[in-house]
Design a protein around this ligand. Structure first.
Ligand code: NAD
Length: 511
C-alpha cells in the first residue's frame, strides 16, 4: 500500500522495452510498402513513454490502391470461389500461428495500448479461438432450400459473400476486435481492407504477416495504416467497397453511416456503451462486488462493456459502495509489463484529461467522490494513470451517468422499486450490455426482458464466447458480431426459383 492507500505496482526493470521501434507498413496486394510521399507517424508507450512503433501513414493514394486490390481479389474468385474446406484450412493455420507468436503479439499490444500483459495474453489467446471458430463456420456455411412450393418448383436461397469489406478498428482491444471481424469476413468469402487505430497499428501488421505466412492469396486482405481522415473516410465512401464493419465511438459510427449512405453500403457498427449493473437487495453481495470491480477496472475502464453505472437498491447501497471502495484499493495497478498488474495506463494524455473532466463536473454537480478522483503517478512511469475512482450520489441527469467516460470511474445510483431500476437502466442513449444481480430467478428474467441491451448478464459480468452474438441496440450499434450472426453480416442472400419441367401456363395465350 502507498500513501494513496492503493495497490501500486512500480516500474519493472524495463528489460522488455524495445530498443528499436516496430516498423509498420501497409500491406497492399500482398506487398509491404511505405507511403508514396514517405509520411509516417509514431506511437509511444503510454506507460513508459518509449517509442514503440513507427508506422507508414497512408493518404488517399494508398487507400485507393488497397481497395482496388481487394476488389480485384474478390472479383477474380481467388478467395470468394474456393471451397469452405480450403478457407477453413487457412483460418486454422492462422490460429496456430497466432498461438505460436502469442508472446510477441501480446507484448506489442501492451506497449501500444498500456494494458496489462496478462490481459493482453488472454486476449491474443481468445483471438486465436475466434479464428478457429470462424473456420468451423466456413465449413458449415449453407443456405436454404424450399421443397414445398408445389410440385413444379424448387426454391433455393444462396448465401454469397457480400464482396469487399472495409474493417475499421479502435485502440482498446486492437487484436481481439480485428479477430471479431476479419476471420468471419474471410469465412464468408469476402476480401478486406483493414485500418487499425492510429494509436495501435502494430499487432494488425503482425497479423498481416501471419496471413501471408499461412498462404492467404495476395490482395485478399489489405492493411492501410493511418487516420480517420482520409483513410477511414475513403474506406466508408468508396464505390468499390460493399460493406463497412466498424468498431469505435458512436460519433464516428454516425459519420460512417452518413458517408456510406452515398453508395448504400451495408454498415455494421459496434459502438459505445453506458452499461448498468443492477443490484437488488437479495443479491449475493460478495459476487456482485467482485464483478463490479472487475467490470469497471478491466482495461482501465477503456472498454465498450465497462460496467460504468451501478444501480443499487437503497437498502444495500451503502454496504455495496463501501465494499466496492475497499476492494478497489486492492486492485493492483501500475506497470503493464508486470505479471501481477490488473490495471495499466490510460491510452493518451488527452483521454486522461477527458476522464478527469467528467469526474470534476460530477463532483461540482453534487456527487461524492468516495475513492480516487484524479490522475496518479506510478513510480518510474509516465503520468498517464488514473486512480480507481468511485462516485456515489450520482443522479440520472449528470453527464457522468449518461455519457461514456471510458476510464476507471464508477458511478453509483440508487433505486427503490423494480420499475425504477428498469427505468434508470434504460435511461441512456446507449444499449450495449446490462447486468442484474439477484438470487431470485424471476427478478433476473423480468429484468432481462425489460432492459434495452444487446447482451444481458445475470449474476455475472462480461463473459463472452465465440458462439454467442455480441452487439448493441439504440446508439450502441447495428448488427452483431460472433456466433452465426457474425458470419451473416458478411453474406448476401440470393433467391433462386427453379421450374421443374415445362409446366408453366403461358401468360399470353398464343394459339
Ligand atoms: P474512434 O471512433 O475514435 O476511432 C475508431 C476508428 O475509427 C479508428 O481506427 C479511427 O482512426 C477511425 N476513424 C476516425 N474517424 C473516422 C472517420 N471519419 N471515418 C472512418 N473512420 C474513422 O474510437 P476509439 O477512440 O478508437 O475507440 C473507443 C470507442 O470504441 C469507444 O466509444 C468504445 O465504446 C468503442 N468500442 C466499442 C466496442 C463494441 O464492440 N461495441 C468495442 C470496443 C470499443
Amino acid at each position: 500500500m502507498t500513501k494513496h492507500d492503493l495497490t501500486l505496482i512500480s516500474a519493472t526493470d524495463g528489460s522488455e522495452l524495445p530498443q528499436e521501434p516496430f516498423p509498420a507498413r501497409h500491406l497492399i496486394d500482398g506487398q509491404w510498402c511505405e507511403s508514396a510521399d514517405g509520411a509516417a507517424f509514431e506511437r509511444r508507450s503510454p506507460a513508459h513513454g518509449v517509442l514503440v512503433t513507427r508506422a507508414a501513414q497512408a493518404g488517399a493514394k494508398e487507400t485507393e490502391a488497397a481497395i482496388a486490390a481487394a476488389r480485384r481479389a474478390f472479383d477474380d474468385g481467388r478467395w470468394s470461389q474456393i471451397s469452405g474446406k480450403e478457407r477453413a484450412a487457412l483460418l486454422l493455420r492462422v490460429a496456430e500461428l497466432i498461438e505460436r507468436d502469442l508472446e510477441q503479439i501480446a507484448l506489442m499490444e501492451t506497449l501500444e495500448s498500456g494494458k496489462p500483459i496478462s490481459q493482453a495474453k488472454a486476449e491474443i489467446e481468445g483471438a486465436a479461438d475466434l479464428w478457429r471458430y470462424a473456420a468451423s463456420l466456413a465449413r458449415t456455411l449453407h443456405g436454404d432450400s424450399h421443397n414445398s412450393l408445389g410440385s413444379e418448383m424448387l426454391g433455393v436461397v444462396l448465401k454469397e459473400p457480400i464482396g469487399v469489406a472495409s474493417i475499421i478498428t479502435p485502440w482498446n482491444f486492437p487484436f481481439l476486435i480485428v479477430s471479431q471481424k476479419l476471420p468471419f469476413a474471410l469465412a464468408a468469402g469476402c476480401t478486406a481492407v483493414v485500418k487499425p487505430s492510429e494509436l495501435t497499428p502494430a499487432t494488425t501488421v503482425i497479423l498481416g504477416e501471419l496471413l501471408l505466412e499461412a498462404g492467404l492469396p495476395a490482395g485478399v486482405v489489405n492493411i492501410v495504416l493511418g487516420f480517420g481522415q482520409p483513410v477511414g473516410a475513403l474506406m466508408s465512401t468508396h464505390a468499390d467497397v460493399d460493406m463497412v464493419s466498424f468498431t469505435g465511438s458512436t460519433a464516428v459510427g454516425k459519420a460512417i453511416v452518413a458517408a456510406a449512405s452515398t453508395t448504400l453500403k451495408r454498415v455494421s457498427l459496434e459502438l459505445g456503451g453506458k452499461n448498468p449493473q443492477v443490484v437488488f437487495a437479495d443479491a449475493d453481495v460478495d459476487s456482485a462486488v467482485d464483478a463490479i470491480v472487475f467490470g469497471i477496472y478491466f482495461n482501465a475502464g477503456e472498454c465498450c462493456n465497462s460496467g460504468s453505472r451501478i444501480i443499487v437498491h437503497k437498502d444495500v447501497a451503502e454496504e455495496v459502495t463501501e465494499r466496492v471502495v475497499a476492494l478497489s484499493r486492492k486492485v493492483p495497478f501500475g506497470d503493464p509489463l508486470h505479471a501481477d498488474t490488473k490495471v495499466g495506463a490510460i491510452v493518451s494524455a488527452e483521454h486522461q484529461k477527458k476522464i478527469d473532466g467528467y469526474v470534476k463536473s460530477a463532483a461540482q454537480a453534487g456527487a461524492s467522490i468516495r475513492l480516487g478522483g484524479g490522475p496518479l503517478t506510478v513510480p518510474g512511469l509516465q503520468e498517464q494513470f488514473y486512480q480507481p475512482t468511485v462516485l456515489s450520489g450520482v443522479t440520472g441527469d449528470m453527464a457522468i451517468a449518461r455519457e461514456e467516460v471510458f476510464g476507471p470511474v464508477l458511478s453509483v445510483l440508487e433505486f427503490s422499486t423494480f420499475d425504477e431500476a428498469v427505468a434508470l437502466a434504460n435511461d441512456a442513449a446507449y444499449g450495449l450490455s446490462a447486468g442484474v444481480w439477484s438470487e431470485n430467478v424471476h427478478t433476473c428474467l423480468e429484468f432481462t426482458r425489460r432492459v434495452q441491451a444487446g447482451t444481458v448478464w445475470t449474476n455475472t459480468w462480461m463473459d463472452g464466447f465465440a458462439e454467442m452474438p455480441f452487439g448493441g441496440v439504440k446508439e450502441s450499434g447495428l448488427g452483431r458480431e460472433l456466433g452465426r450472426y457474425g458470419l451473416e453480416e458478411y453474406l448476401e442472400v440470393k433467391t433462386v426459383q427453379m421450374r421443374i419441367g415445362r409446366t408453366r401456363a403461358p401468360w399470353v395465350p398464343n394459339r
